[in-house]
Design a protein around this ligand. Structure first.
Ligand code: ADP
Ligand code: MG
Length: 313
Protein backbone atom coordinates (compact mmCIF):
# COMPACT_ATOMS: atom_id res chain seq x y z
CA UNK A 1 0.00 0.00 0.00
CA UNK A 2 1.39 3.42 -0.96
CA UNK A 3 1.60 6.35 1.42
CA UNK A 4 -1.29 8.01 -0.33
CA UNK A 5 -3.45 4.93 -0.20
CA UNK A 6 -2.78 4.97 3.54
CA UNK A 7 -3.80 8.62 3.79
CA UNK A 8 -6.98 8.10 1.85
CA UNK A 9 -7.83 5.03 3.83
CA UNK A 10 -7.26 6.98 7.01
CA UNK A 11 -9.48 9.92 6.06
CA UNK A 12 -12.04 7.71 4.33
CA UNK A 13 -12.39 5.37 7.29
CA UNK A 14 -12.88 8.23 9.74
CA UNK A 15 -15.37 9.80 7.34
CA UNK A 16 -17.29 6.53 7.09
CA UNK A 17 -17.48 6.46 10.89
CA UNK A 18 -19.14 9.88 11.00
CA UNK A 19 -22.84 10.01 11.84
CA UNK A 20 -25.03 8.98 8.94
CA UNK A 21 -26.69 11.88 7.20
CA UNK A 22 -29.51 11.03 4.76
CA UNK A 23 -28.71 14.01 2.49
CA UNK A 24 -25.29 12.44 1.75
CA UNK A 25 -26.40 9.88 -0.85
CA UNK A 26 -22.79 8.93 -1.63
CA UNK A 27 -19.64 9.94 0.26
CA UNK A 28 -15.93 9.27 -0.28
CA UNK A 29 -14.87 6.60 -2.77
CA UNK A 30 -16.40 7.35 -6.14
CA UNK A 31 -15.55 10.05 -8.68
CA UNK A 32 -18.01 12.45 -7.05
CA UNK A 33 -19.97 12.64 -3.83
CA UNK A 34 -23.75 12.84 -4.25
CA UNK A 35 -25.79 15.22 -2.11
CA UNK A 36 -29.57 15.44 -2.04
CA UNK A 37 -30.35 19.12 -1.44
CA UNK A 38 -33.19 19.79 1.02
CA UNK A 39 -36.15 21.59 -0.58
CA UNK A 40 -36.50 25.29 0.10
CA UNK A 41 -32.78 25.71 0.83
CA UNK A 42 -29.97 27.35 -1.08
CA UNK A 43 -26.52 25.82 -1.21
CA UNK A 44 -23.94 28.06 0.51
CA UNK A 45 -20.46 27.09 -0.64
CA UNK A 46 -17.05 28.50 0.20
CA UNK A 47 -13.41 27.52 -0.04
CA UNK A 48 -10.32 28.59 1.90
CA UNK A 49 -6.69 27.53 1.57
CA UNK A 50 -4.23 27.28 4.45
CA UNK A 51 -0.55 27.19 3.49
CA UNK A 52 2.10 26.28 6.09
CA UNK A 53 4.17 29.32 7.06
CA UNK A 54 1.64 31.71 5.59
CA UNK A 55 -1.69 30.95 7.26
CA UNK A 56 -0.28 29.19 10.30
CA UNK A 57 3.26 29.06 11.77
CA UNK A 58 5.18 26.02 10.48
CA UNK A 59 5.61 24.79 14.06
CA UNK A 60 1.82 24.61 14.62
CA UNK A 61 0.82 21.17 15.92
CA UNK A 62 -0.94 18.90 13.44
CA UNK A 63 -4.18 18.68 15.46
CA UNK A 64 -4.52 22.48 15.45
CA UNK A 65 -3.85 22.66 11.70
CA UNK A 66 -6.67 20.19 11.04
CA UNK A 67 -8.99 21.99 13.46
CA UNK A 68 -8.24 25.45 12.14
CA UNK A 69 -8.64 24.47 8.48
CA UNK A 70 -12.20 23.33 9.15
CA UNK A 71 -13.13 26.09 11.63
CA UNK A 72 -12.11 28.97 9.34
CA UNK A 73 -14.18 27.49 6.52
CA UNK A 74 -17.23 26.98 8.77
CA UNK A 75 -16.76 30.60 9.89
CA UNK A 76 -17.56 31.71 6.33
CA UNK A 77 -20.81 29.74 6.46
CA UNK A 78 -21.63 31.26 9.86
CA UNK A 79 -21.10 34.73 8.41
CA UNK A 80 -23.91 34.04 5.90
CA UNK A 81 -26.21 32.49 8.50
CA UNK A 82 -25.81 29.10 6.79
CA UNK A 83 -25.99 25.68 8.44
CA UNK A 84 -22.81 23.61 7.86
CA UNK A 85 -23.34 20.32 6.03
CA UNK A 86 -20.21 18.83 4.46
CA UNK A 87 -16.64 19.47 3.36
CA UNK A 88 -14.13 18.48 0.68
CA UNK A 89 -10.44 18.39 1.53
CA UNK A 90 -7.68 18.96 -1.03
CA UNK A 91 -4.45 18.10 0.74
CA UNK A 92 -0.94 18.80 -0.55
CA UNK A 93 1.84 17.17 1.45
CA UNK A 94 5.64 17.28 1.20
CA UNK A 95 5.77 13.79 2.73
CA UNK A 96 3.34 11.40 4.38
CA UNK A 97 4.40 11.21 8.02
CA UNK A 98 1.90 8.79 9.57
CA UNK A 99 1.93 10.33 13.08
CA UNK A 100 1.48 13.84 11.68
CA UNK A 101 -1.38 12.76 9.43
CA UNK A 102 -3.13 10.92 12.24
CA UNK A 103 -3.08 14.09 14.35
CA UNK A 104 -4.13 16.27 11.41
CA UNK A 105 -7.10 13.97 10.78
CA UNK A 106 -7.95 13.90 14.49
CA UNK A 107 -8.07 17.72 14.60
CA UNK A 108 -10.09 17.92 11.41
CA UNK A 109 -12.65 15.35 12.56
CA UNK A 110 -12.89 16.94 16.03
CA UNK A 111 -13.92 20.19 14.32
CA UNK A 112 -16.22 18.29 11.94
CA UNK A 113 -17.93 16.78 14.99
CA UNK A 114 -18.16 20.17 16.70
CA UNK A 115 -19.84 21.85 13.72
CA UNK A 116 -21.88 18.95 12.31
CA UNK A 117 -19.84 18.56 9.11
CA UNK A 118 -19.16 15.35 7.13
CA UNK A 119 -16.05 14.82 5.01
CA UNK A 120 -17.46 13.79 1.61
CA UNK A 121 -14.40 13.89 -0.65
CA UNK A 122 -11.15 15.49 -1.57
CA UNK A 123 -7.86 15.08 -3.31
CA UNK A 124 -4.37 14.19 -2.11
CA UNK A 125 -1.18 15.29 -3.84
CA UNK A 126 2.50 15.57 -3.11
CA UNK A 127 3.91 19.09 -3.19
CA UNK A 128 6.73 21.26 -1.83
CA UNK A 129 4.88 22.43 1.28
CA UNK A 130 1.88 21.50 3.39
CA UNK A 131 -1.30 23.08 2.12
CA UNK A 132 -4.96 22.38 2.82
CA UNK A 133 -7.79 23.63 0.66
CA UNK A 134 -11.20 22.97 2.13
CA UNK A 135 -14.51 23.53 0.39
CA UNK A 136 -17.45 23.69 2.77
CA UNK A 137 -21.08 23.22 1.84
CA UNK A 138 -23.99 24.46 3.89
CA UNK A 139 -27.68 25.25 3.59
CA UNK A 140 -29.61 28.44 4.07
CA UNK A 141 -33.37 28.91 3.58
CA UNK A 142 -33.89 30.45 0.14
CA UNK A 143 -33.45 34.23 0.23
CA UNK A 144 -32.45 34.35 3.92
CA UNK A 145 -28.65 34.41 3.66
CA UNK A 146 -27.12 37.39 5.48
CA UNK A 147 -24.89 39.11 2.91
CA UNK A 148 -22.46 42.01 3.25
CA UNK A 149 -24.74 44.28 1.24
CA UNK A 150 -27.76 44.78 3.50
CA UNK A 151 -26.58 47.38 6.03
CA UNK A 152 -28.77 50.50 6.44
CA UNK A 153 -27.92 54.01 7.67
CA UNK A 154 -28.08 54.16 11.51
CA UNK A 155 -27.75 50.38 11.91
CA UNK A 156 -25.57 49.53 14.88
CA UNK A 157 -22.28 47.72 14.26
CA UNK A 158 -21.77 44.76 16.57
CA UNK A 159 -18.90 42.29 17.01
CA UNK A 160 -18.69 39.00 18.89
CA UNK A 161 -15.94 38.06 21.35
CA UNK A 162 -12.69 40.00 21.59
CA UNK A 163 -10.52 41.41 18.79
CA UNK A 164 -6.78 41.22 18.17
CA UNK A 165 -6.20 38.04 20.21
CA UNK A 166 -4.86 35.93 17.35
CA UNK A 167 -2.60 38.74 16.12
CA UNK A 168 -1.27 39.12 19.67
CA UNK A 169 -0.60 35.38 19.83
CA UNK A 170 1.27 35.51 16.52
CA UNK A 171 3.59 38.20 17.88
CA UNK A 172 3.96 36.62 21.34
CA UNK A 173 4.42 32.85 20.92
CA UNK A 174 3.35 30.61 23.84
CA UNK A 175 1.21 33.34 25.42
CA UNK A 176 -2.12 32.43 27.08
CA UNK A 177 -3.79 33.60 23.83
CA UNK A 178 -2.06 30.95 21.69
CA UNK A 179 -5.31 28.96 21.47
CA UNK A 180 -7.01 31.89 19.73
CA UNK A 181 -4.53 31.56 16.86
CA UNK A 182 -4.37 27.76 16.76
CA UNK A 183 -7.91 26.70 17.62
CA UNK A 184 -10.31 29.36 16.35
CA UNK A 185 -14.01 28.79 16.98
CA UNK A 186 -16.53 29.45 14.23
CA UNK A 187 -19.59 31.31 15.59
CA UNK A 188 -21.75 28.77 13.79
CA UNK A 189 -24.87 28.43 15.98
CA UNK A 190 -25.00 32.15 16.67
CA UNK A 191 -24.52 33.05 12.99
CA UNK A 192 -27.42 30.83 11.97
CA UNK A 193 -29.70 32.52 14.48
CA UNK A 194 -28.98 35.93 12.97
CA UNK A 195 -31.01 35.20 9.82
CA UNK A 196 -33.76 37.78 9.72
CA UNK A 197 -32.03 39.77 12.48
CA UNK A 198 -28.67 41.04 11.18
CA UNK A 199 -28.90 43.34 8.15
CA UNK A 200 -25.33 42.52 7.03
CA UNK A 201 -22.59 40.26 8.35
CA UNK A 202 -19.10 38.89 7.73
CA UNK A 203 -16.44 37.10 9.70
CA UNK A 204 -13.30 38.97 10.73
CA UNK A 205 -10.38 37.19 9.11
CA UNK A 206 -8.22 40.11 7.94
CA UNK A 207 -8.77 42.65 10.74
CA UNK A 208 -11.85 44.68 11.63
CA UNK A 209 -10.95 47.84 9.69
CA UNK A 210 -10.40 46.01 6.41
CA UNK A 211 -13.31 43.60 6.82
CA UNK A 212 -15.78 46.27 7.91
CA UNK A 213 -14.61 48.18 4.82
CA UNK A 214 -16.00 45.31 2.72
CA UNK A 215 -19.44 45.72 4.34
CA UNK A 216 -19.34 49.48 3.76
CA UNK A 217 -18.40 48.99 0.12
CA UNK A 218 -21.04 46.31 -0.47
CA UNK A 219 -23.74 48.30 1.34
CA UNK A 220 -22.71 51.66 -0.13
CA UNK A 221 -22.36 53.24 3.32
CA UNK A 222 -19.90 54.87 5.69
CA UNK A 223 -19.50 54.16 9.39
CA UNK A 224 -18.18 55.47 12.65
CA UNK A 225 -16.33 53.10 14.99
CA UNK A 226 -15.85 54.06 18.62
CA UNK A 227 -12.36 52.70 19.23
CA UNK A 228 -12.66 52.92 23.03
CA UNK A 229 -15.54 50.41 22.80
CA UNK A 230 -13.57 47.69 20.97
CA UNK A 231 -13.80 44.49 23.05
CA UNK A 232 -10.32 43.42 24.17
CA UNK A 233 -9.00 40.47 26.11
CA UNK A 234 -7.37 41.73 29.37
CA UNK A 235 -3.92 40.80 28.00
CA UNK A 236 -4.48 42.99 24.93
CA UNK A 237 -6.19 45.73 26.96
CA UNK A 238 -3.01 46.04 29.08
CA UNK A 239 -0.94 47.10 26.05
CA UNK A 240 -0.17 50.75 25.20
CA UNK A 241 -3.07 52.42 23.39
CA UNK A 242 -1.62 52.48 19.86
CA UNK A 243 -0.58 48.86 20.10
CA UNK A 244 -3.88 47.53 21.40
CA UNK A 245 -5.92 49.50 18.88
CA UNK A 246 -3.65 48.37 16.07
CA UNK A 247 -4.18 44.73 17.09
CA UNK A 248 -7.94 45.13 17.42
CA UNK A 249 -8.37 47.05 14.15
CA UNK A 250 -5.86 45.36 11.88
CA UNK A 251 -5.11 42.00 13.49
CA UNK A 252 -6.41 39.06 11.45
CA UNK A 253 -7.40 35.48 12.22
CA UNK A 254 -9.92 36.14 15.02
CA UNK A 255 -12.95 34.70 13.13
CA UNK A 256 -15.36 36.74 15.21
CA UNK A 257 -18.51 37.95 13.48
CA UNK A 258 -19.11 41.62 12.61
CA UNK A 259 -22.72 42.47 11.87
CA UNK A 260 -25.05 45.39 11.47
CA UNK A 261 -28.51 45.55 13.00
CA UNK A 262 -31.39 48.02 13.19
CA UNK A 263 -31.22 49.80 16.59
CA UNK A 264 -34.71 48.59 17.57
CA UNK A 265 -33.61 44.94 17.13
CA UNK A 266 -30.65 45.18 19.53
CA UNK A 267 -32.59 43.71 22.46
CA UNK A 268 -33.55 40.69 20.30
CA UNK A 269 -29.91 40.28 19.30
CA UNK A 270 -28.78 40.45 22.93
CA UNK A 271 -31.30 37.74 23.85
CA UNK A 272 -29.91 35.43 21.13
CA UNK A 273 -26.34 36.20 22.20
CA UNK A 274 -27.17 35.41 25.84
CA UNK A 275 -28.85 32.21 24.77
CA UNK A 276 -25.74 31.18 22.78
CA UNK A 277 -23.37 32.41 25.54
CA UNK A 278 -21.64 34.66 23.01
CA UNK A 279 -20.42 38.06 24.23
CA UNK A 280 -21.38 40.88 21.88
CA UNK A 281 -20.37 44.55 21.83
CA UNK A 282 -21.77 47.55 19.96
CA UNK A 283 -18.72 49.27 18.46
CA UNK A 284 -20.16 51.77 16.01
CA UNK A 285 -22.91 52.84 13.68
CA UNK A 286 -23.59 52.95 9.95
CA UNK A 287 -23.68 56.36 8.33
CA UNK A 288 -24.13 58.01 4.95
CA UNK A 289 -21.27 57.19 2.55
CA UNK A 290 -18.15 58.87 3.94
CA UNK A 291 -15.70 56.03 4.55
CA UNK A 292 -14.75 54.68 7.94
CA UNK A 293 -14.44 57.26 10.73
CA UNK A 294 -12.59 56.24 13.89
CA UNK A 295 -13.06 58.08 17.14
CA UNK A 296 -11.64 57.58 20.64
CA UNK A 297 -13.73 59.17 23.40
CA UNK A 298 -15.21 61.46 20.75
CA UNK A 299 -11.82 62.54 19.33
CA UNK A 300 -11.06 61.73 15.68
CA UNK A 301 -8.43 59.00 15.36
CA UNK A 302 -6.30 58.48 12.25
CA UNK A 303 -4.92 55.15 11.22
CA UNK A 304 -2.56 54.35 8.39
CA UNK A 305 -2.83 51.19 6.33
CA UNK A 306 0.06 49.63 8.22
CA UNK A 307 -2.00 49.86 11.36
CA UNK A 308 -0.02 52.73 12.92
CA UNK A 309 -2.31 54.99 14.90
CA UNK A 310 -2.07 58.62 15.89
CA UNK A 311 -4.45 61.11 17.40
CA UNK A 312 -5.69 64.23 15.69
CA UNK A 313 -4.81 66.64 18.45
P1 ADP B 1 -9.96 10.62 -8.68
O1 ADP B 1 -8.67 10.27 -9.33
O2 ADP B 1 -11.18 10.07 -9.36
O3 ADP B 1 -10.06 12.07 -8.35
P2 ADP B 1 -8.90 9.99 -6.10
O4 ADP B 1 -8.05 8.78 -6.09
O5 ADP B 1 -8.26 11.33 -6.12
O6 ADP B 1 -9.96 9.83 -7.29
O7 ADP B 1 -9.89 9.92 -4.86
C1 ADP B 1 -10.63 8.78 -4.57
C2 ADP B 1 -11.70 9.11 -3.58
O8 ADP B 1 -11.09 9.55 -2.37
C3 ADP B 1 -12.61 10.24 -4.06
O9 ADP B 1 -13.93 9.95 -3.62
C4 ADP B 1 -12.06 11.46 -3.35
O10 ADP B 1 -13.09 12.38 -3.14
C5 ADP B 1 -11.53 10.87 -2.05
N1 ADP B 1 -10.37 11.59 -1.50
C6 ADP B 1 -9.12 11.72 -2.02
N2 ADP B 1 -8.32 12.43 -1.20
C7 ADP B 1 -9.07 12.77 -0.13
C8 ADP B 1 -8.82 13.50 1.06
N3 ADP B 1 -7.63 14.07 1.33
N4 ADP B 1 -9.85 13.64 1.92
C9 ADP B 1 -11.05 13.11 1.66
N5 ADP B 1 -11.34 12.39 0.58
C10 ADP B 1 -10.36 12.21 -0.32
MG1 MG C 1 -8.42 13.06 -7.32
Amino acid sequence: MTEFELIQQYFAQAAAAQTHEPTVALGIGDDCALITPPTGQQLAISTDTLVAGRHFPVETDAFSIGWKALAVNVSDLAAMGATPHSVLLALTLPDANAAFLAELARGLFAACHQYGVRLIGGDTTRGPCLSLTLTVLGWVPTGQAVTRAGAQVNDLIVVTGTLGDAAYALRHPHSPLQYRLDRPEARSTFGQRLRGLASAMLDISDGLAQDLGHVLQASGLGAVVYAEQLPLHPIVAALPLAERLSLALTGGDDYELCLSIAPDRLADLQAVADDCHIPITVIGQMRQPQGLTLTYDGQPLHMTLTGFLHFDR
